[in-house]
Design a protein around this ligand. Structure first.
Ligand SMILES: [Zn+2]
Ligand SMILES: [Zn+2]
Length: 287
Protein backbone atom coordinates (compact mmCIF):
# COMPACT_ATOMS: atom_id res chain seq x y z
CA UNK A 1 0.00 0.00 0.00
CA UNK A 2 2.92 2.36 0.68
CA UNK A 3 4.75 1.48 -2.51
CA UNK A 4 3.40 4.08 -4.93
CA UNK A 5 6.30 6.43 -5.74
CA UNK A 6 4.12 8.90 -7.58
CA UNK A 7 1.94 9.47 -4.52
CA UNK A 8 2.23 12.81 -2.81
CA UNK A 9 4.11 12.97 0.48
CA UNK A 10 1.81 15.34 2.26
CA UNK A 11 -0.52 12.78 3.84
CA UNK A 12 1.80 9.75 3.56
CA UNK A 13 1.39 6.98 6.16
CA UNK A 14 -1.53 8.71 7.85
CA UNK A 15 -4.51 6.87 9.29
CA UNK A 16 -7.78 8.40 8.14
CA UNK A 17 -10.83 7.46 10.20
CA UNK A 18 -14.02 6.84 8.25
CA UNK A 19 -17.20 6.43 10.24
CA UNK A 20 -19.64 4.41 8.15
CA UNK A 21 -21.83 1.44 8.70
CA UNK A 22 -22.96 1.14 5.10
CA UNK A 23 -19.68 -0.16 3.64
CA UNK A 24 -18.76 3.13 1.98
CA UNK A 25 -15.11 2.46 2.89
CA UNK A 26 -15.10 -0.24 0.20
CA UNK A 27 -15.79 2.49 -2.36
CA UNK A 28 -13.57 5.25 -0.98
CA UNK A 29 -10.45 3.34 0.19
CA UNK A 30 -9.45 1.96 -3.26
CA UNK A 31 -9.52 5.51 -4.65
CA UNK A 32 -7.58 7.30 -1.90
CA UNK A 33 -5.21 4.70 -0.42
CA UNK A 34 -2.91 3.95 -3.39
CA UNK A 35 -2.54 7.57 -4.47
CA UNK A 36 -2.09 9.20 -1.08
CA UNK A 37 -0.33 6.31 0.66
CA UNK A 38 -2.78 6.51 3.53
CA UNK A 39 -4.82 3.95 5.39
CA UNK A 40 -8.58 4.34 5.61
CA UNK A 41 -9.64 3.05 9.01
CA UNK A 42 -13.27 2.04 9.08
CA UNK A 43 -14.90 3.06 12.34
CA UNK A 44 -18.01 1.55 13.83
CA UNK A 45 -19.61 2.04 17.20
CA UNK A 46 -21.92 4.89 16.31
CA UNK A 47 -25.08 4.37 14.33
CA UNK A 48 -24.72 6.89 11.49
CA UNK A 49 -28.50 6.68 11.01
CA UNK A 50 -28.80 8.91 14.08
CA UNK A 51 -27.49 11.68 11.80
CA UNK A 52 -30.59 11.25 9.59
CA UNK A 53 -32.10 8.67 7.24
CA UNK A 54 -33.68 8.79 3.79
CA UNK A 55 -36.74 6.80 4.76
CA UNK A 56 -37.84 9.63 6.98
CA UNK A 57 -37.75 8.03 10.44
CA UNK A 58 -34.96 10.38 11.50
CA UNK A 59 -34.98 13.70 9.66
CA UNK A 60 -31.64 15.39 9.13
CA UNK A 61 -31.57 18.59 11.15
CA UNK A 62 -28.36 20.18 9.93
CA UNK A 63 -26.97 20.78 6.45
CA UNK A 64 -25.34 18.09 4.34
CA UNK A 65 -21.88 19.64 4.79
CA UNK A 66 -22.36 20.02 8.55
CA UNK A 67 -23.53 16.42 8.82
CA UNK A 68 -20.54 15.07 6.88
CA UNK A 69 -18.20 17.23 8.97
CA UNK A 70 -19.75 15.97 12.18
CA UNK A 71 -19.38 12.35 11.07
CA UNK A 72 -15.70 12.94 10.20
CA UNK A 73 -15.09 14.50 13.61
CA UNK A 74 -16.92 11.69 15.46
CA UNK A 75 -14.89 9.05 13.56
CA UNK A 76 -11.63 10.80 14.47
CA UNK A 77 -12.60 10.89 18.13
CA UNK A 78 -13.56 7.22 18.18
CA UNK A 79 -10.46 6.02 16.31
CA UNK A 80 -8.16 8.62 17.94
CA UNK A 81 -6.75 9.77 14.61
CA UNK A 82 -5.67 13.20 13.41
CA UNK A 83 -7.48 12.78 10.10
CA UNK A 84 -10.96 11.67 9.21
CA UNK A 85 -13.54 11.48 6.44
CA UNK A 86 -17.27 11.93 6.77
CA UNK A 87 -19.75 11.13 4.03
CA UNK A 88 -23.24 12.39 3.45
CA UNK A 89 -25.58 12.12 0.51
CA UNK A 90 -28.71 14.06 -0.30
CA UNK A 91 -31.56 13.83 -2.76
CA UNK A 92 -33.03 17.00 -4.17
CA UNK A 93 -34.46 18.08 -7.51
CA UNK A 94 -32.15 18.86 -10.41
CA UNK A 95 -30.63 22.37 -10.53
CA UNK A 96 -31.62 22.94 -14.19
CA UNK A 97 -35.38 22.37 -14.30
CA UNK A 98 -36.16 21.48 -10.70
CA UNK A 99 -38.14 18.37 -11.58
CA UNK A 100 -35.79 15.37 -11.90
CA UNK A 101 -34.46 13.56 -8.83
CA UNK A 102 -30.87 14.60 -8.17
CA UNK A 103 -28.20 13.01 -5.98
CA UNK A 104 -25.46 15.05 -4.28
CA UNK A 105 -22.66 13.14 -2.54
CA UNK A 106 -20.22 14.86 -0.25
CA UNK A 107 -17.03 13.63 1.40
CA UNK A 108 -15.48 15.94 3.98
CA UNK A 109 -11.83 15.34 4.82
CA UNK A 110 -10.54 16.83 8.09
CA UNK A 111 -6.84 17.07 8.89
CA UNK A 112 -5.85 18.28 12.36
CA UNK A 113 -2.12 18.01 11.63
CA UNK A 114 -2.17 20.62 8.86
CA UNK A 115 -5.41 22.23 9.98
CA UNK A 116 -7.26 21.54 6.74
CA UNK A 117 -10.73 20.79 5.51
CA UNK A 118 -11.14 19.56 1.94
CA UNK A 119 -14.53 18.67 0.48
CA UNK A 120 -15.01 16.20 -2.36
CA UNK A 121 -18.31 16.37 -4.21
CA UNK A 122 -20.20 14.78 -7.05
CA UNK A 123 -23.75 15.25 -8.27
CA UNK A 124 -26.01 13.98 -10.99
CA UNK A 125 -29.37 12.42 -11.82
CA UNK A 126 -30.62 10.09 -9.09
CA UNK A 127 -32.29 6.76 -9.56
CA UNK A 128 -35.40 7.03 -7.43
CA UNK A 129 -38.09 4.61 -8.52
CA UNK A 130 -41.48 3.95 -6.99
CA UNK A 131 -44.74 2.36 -8.00
CA UNK A 132 -47.90 0.95 -6.50
CA UNK A 133 -49.11 -2.56 -7.23
CA UNK A 134 -52.28 -4.53 -6.50
CA UNK A 135 -50.95 -8.09 -6.54
CA UNK A 136 -47.87 -10.09 -5.63
CA UNK A 137 -47.15 -10.72 -9.27
CA UNK A 138 -47.44 -7.09 -10.28
CA UNK A 139 -45.30 -5.97 -7.33
CA UNK A 140 -42.58 -8.53 -8.11
CA UNK A 141 -42.59 -7.24 -11.70
CA UNK A 142 -42.08 -3.64 -10.49
CA UNK A 143 -39.13 -4.66 -8.32
CA UNK A 144 -37.51 -6.45 -11.24
CA UNK A 145 -38.04 -3.44 -13.45
CA UNK A 146 -36.34 -1.31 -10.74
CA UNK A 147 -33.19 -3.47 -10.89
CA UNK A 148 -33.88 -5.87 -8.02
CA UNK A 149 -31.89 -7.66 -6.59
CA UNK A 150 -28.93 -5.41 -7.50
CA UNK A 151 -31.02 -2.55 -6.13
CA UNK A 152 -32.65 -3.37 -2.80
CA UNK A 153 -36.31 -2.55 -2.23
CA UNK A 154 -38.56 -1.03 0.42
CA UNK A 155 -42.18 -2.17 0.59
CA UNK A 156 -45.09 -0.46 2.37
CA UNK A 157 -48.82 -1.07 2.60
CA UNK A 158 -51.29 1.53 1.20
CA UNK A 159 -49.07 4.38 -0.03
CA UNK A 160 -45.65 5.99 0.03
CA UNK A 161 -46.63 7.95 3.13
CA UNK A 162 -47.13 4.87 5.26
CA UNK A 163 -44.63 4.90 8.13
CA UNK A 164 -45.02 1.12 8.40
CA UNK A 165 -42.40 -0.19 5.95
CA UNK A 166 -40.16 -3.18 5.44
CA UNK A 167 -36.55 -2.60 4.35
CA UNK A 168 -33.39 -4.72 3.97
CA UNK A 169 -35.04 -6.66 1.16
CA UNK A 170 -32.36 -8.25 -1.00
CA UNK A 171 -33.53 -11.77 -1.84
CA UNK A 172 -36.52 -12.94 -3.86
CA UNK A 173 -37.89 -14.78 -0.86
CA UNK A 174 -37.65 -11.67 1.36
CA UNK A 175 -39.37 -9.65 -1.34
CA UNK A 176 -42.23 -12.13 -1.69
CA UNK A 177 -42.75 -12.28 2.06
CA UNK A 178 -42.67 -8.49 2.40
CA UNK A 179 -45.14 -7.93 -0.44
CA UNK A 180 -47.56 -10.57 0.86
CA UNK A 181 -47.35 -9.11 4.35
CA UNK A 182 -47.99 -5.56 3.13
CA UNK A 183 -50.85 -6.68 0.87
CA UNK A 184 -52.49 -8.33 3.89
CA UNK A 185 -52.01 -5.19 5.99
CA UNK A 186 -53.13 -2.82 3.27
CA UNK A 187 -56.50 -1.11 3.68
CA UNK A 188 -56.83 -0.15 0.01
CA UNK A 189 -55.41 -3.35 -1.50
CA UNK A 190 -52.27 -1.61 -2.68
CA UNK A 191 -48.59 -2.04 -1.89
CA UNK A 192 -46.02 0.63 -2.55
CA UNK A 193 -42.57 -0.37 -3.80
CA UNK A 194 -39.51 1.86 -3.94
CA UNK A 195 -35.76 1.38 -4.21
CA UNK A 196 -33.66 1.67 -1.05
CA UNK A 197 -31.38 4.70 -1.27
CA UNK A 198 -28.79 3.63 1.28
CA UNK A 199 -25.42 3.33 -0.45
CA UNK A 200 -24.90 -0.42 -0.08
CA UNK A 201 -28.40 -1.00 -1.50
CA UNK A 202 -28.13 1.42 -4.41
CA UNK A 203 -25.39 0.87 -7.04
CA UNK A 204 -25.99 4.23 -8.77
CA UNK A 205 -25.31 5.97 -5.45
CA UNK A 206 -22.12 3.95 -5.03
CA UNK A 207 -21.01 5.30 -8.41
CA UNK A 208 -21.69 8.87 -7.25
CA UNK A 209 -19.75 8.31 -4.00
CA UNK A 210 -16.85 6.98 -6.09
CA UNK A 211 -16.92 10.19 -8.17
CA UNK A 212 -16.94 12.28 -4.97
CA UNK A 213 -13.90 10.28 -3.76
CA UNK A 214 -12.10 10.98 -7.06
CA UNK A 215 -12.97 14.67 -6.73
CA UNK A 216 -11.57 14.64 -3.17
CA UNK A 217 -8.42 12.85 -4.36
CA UNK A 218 -7.83 15.44 -7.10
CA UNK A 219 -8.19 18.26 -4.58
CA UNK A 220 -5.88 16.56 -2.07
CA UNK A 221 -3.38 16.23 -4.93
CA UNK A 222 -3.61 19.85 -6.01
CA UNK A 223 -1.15 22.18 -4.23
CA UNK A 224 -1.21 25.95 -3.93
CA UNK A 225 1.61 27.46 -6.05
CA UNK A 226 2.25 30.06 -3.33
CA UNK A 227 2.13 28.14 -0.02
CA UNK A 228 2.12 24.46 -1.11
CA UNK A 229 -1.07 23.61 0.77
CA UNK A 230 -3.28 20.95 -0.84
CA UNK A 231 -6.91 21.65 -1.63
CA UNK A 232 -6.06 24.32 -4.22
CA UNK A 233 -9.13 24.12 -6.43
CA UNK A 234 -11.81 25.86 -8.46
CA UNK A 235 -13.68 28.34 -6.28
CA UNK A 236 -15.76 30.06 -8.91
CA UNK A 237 -16.57 30.15 -12.58
CA UNK A 238 -16.43 33.27 -14.72
CA UNK A 239 -19.19 33.45 -17.29
CA UNK A 240 -18.92 35.06 -20.70
CA UNK A 241 -17.64 32.49 -23.19
CA UNK A 242 -18.05 34.34 -26.54
CA UNK A 243 -20.72 33.23 -29.02
CA UNK A 244 -19.33 31.59 -32.13
CA UNK A 245 -21.72 33.59 -34.28
CA UNK A 246 -21.70 37.15 -32.93
CA UNK A 247 -18.78 37.12 -30.43
CA UNK A 248 -20.98 38.52 -27.65
CA UNK A 249 -20.49 36.99 -24.19
CA UNK A 250 -22.84 34.11 -23.26
CA UNK A 251 -23.82 32.60 -19.92
CA UNK A 252 -21.37 29.72 -20.37
CA UNK A 253 -18.18 29.63 -18.32
CA UNK A 254 -15.16 31.34 -19.88
CA UNK A 255 -12.71 30.70 -17.04
CA UNK A 256 -12.27 29.01 -13.69
CA UNK A 257 -10.84 30.76 -10.66
CA UNK A 258 -8.59 28.49 -8.59
CA UNK A 259 -8.03 29.47 -5.00
CA UNK A 260 -6.15 28.46 -1.86
CA UNK A 261 -8.13 28.04 1.35
CA UNK A 262 -5.09 28.80 3.49
CA UNK A 263 -3.26 31.82 2.05
CA UNK A 264 -5.98 33.23 -0.18
CA UNK A 265 -3.93 33.00 -3.41
CA UNK A 266 -6.17 33.08 -6.51
CA UNK A 267 -5.60 32.52 -10.18
CA UNK A 268 -7.96 32.77 -13.12
CA UNK A 269 -7.51 30.02 -15.70
CA UNK A 270 -9.19 30.34 -19.13
CA UNK A 271 -10.97 27.17 -20.14
CA UNK A 272 -9.05 25.17 -22.70
CA UNK A 273 -11.62 22.62 -23.86
CA UNK A 274 -13.69 24.99 -26.00
CA UNK A 275 -13.05 28.55 -27.25
CA UNK A 276 -16.60 29.59 -28.12
CA UNK A 277 -20.24 28.83 -27.35
CA UNK A 278 -22.80 27.66 -29.86
CA UNK A 279 -25.42 30.25 -30.93
CA UNK A 280 -28.09 28.24 -29.04
CA UNK A 281 -26.49 29.45 -25.77
CA UNK A 282 -26.44 33.09 -26.93
CA UNK A 283 -29.20 35.43 -25.77
CA UNK A 284 -28.63 37.66 -28.83
CA UNK A 285 -28.66 34.90 -31.50
CA UNK A 286 -31.25 32.78 -29.66
CA UNK A 287 -33.32 35.19 -27.57
ZN1 LIG B 1 -24.52 35.16 -30.62
ZN1 LIG C 1 -1.83 29.01 -0.52
Amino acid sequence: MFGNNSANLYFRSSDIAFLTKHKKELIVAPVLEPFLCVKIVQVEGVDTDTFGTFTGEIPRKISQLETARKKARTGMELARTKMGIGSEGSFVTDPHFGVLPWNIEMLVFLDDIHNLEIVGMAEGPARILEKSARSLEEAMGCAEEFGFPRYHMIVRPDSKDSPDFIKNIRTKKQLQTAISHCLEKSRNGVVHIENDLRSFACPSRQDMIRLAAINLLLKMHSFCPQCDTPGYWVMEYKKGLPCRNCQLPTGLARAQVYGCLKCGYKKEVERSDIQSAGPESCSFCNP
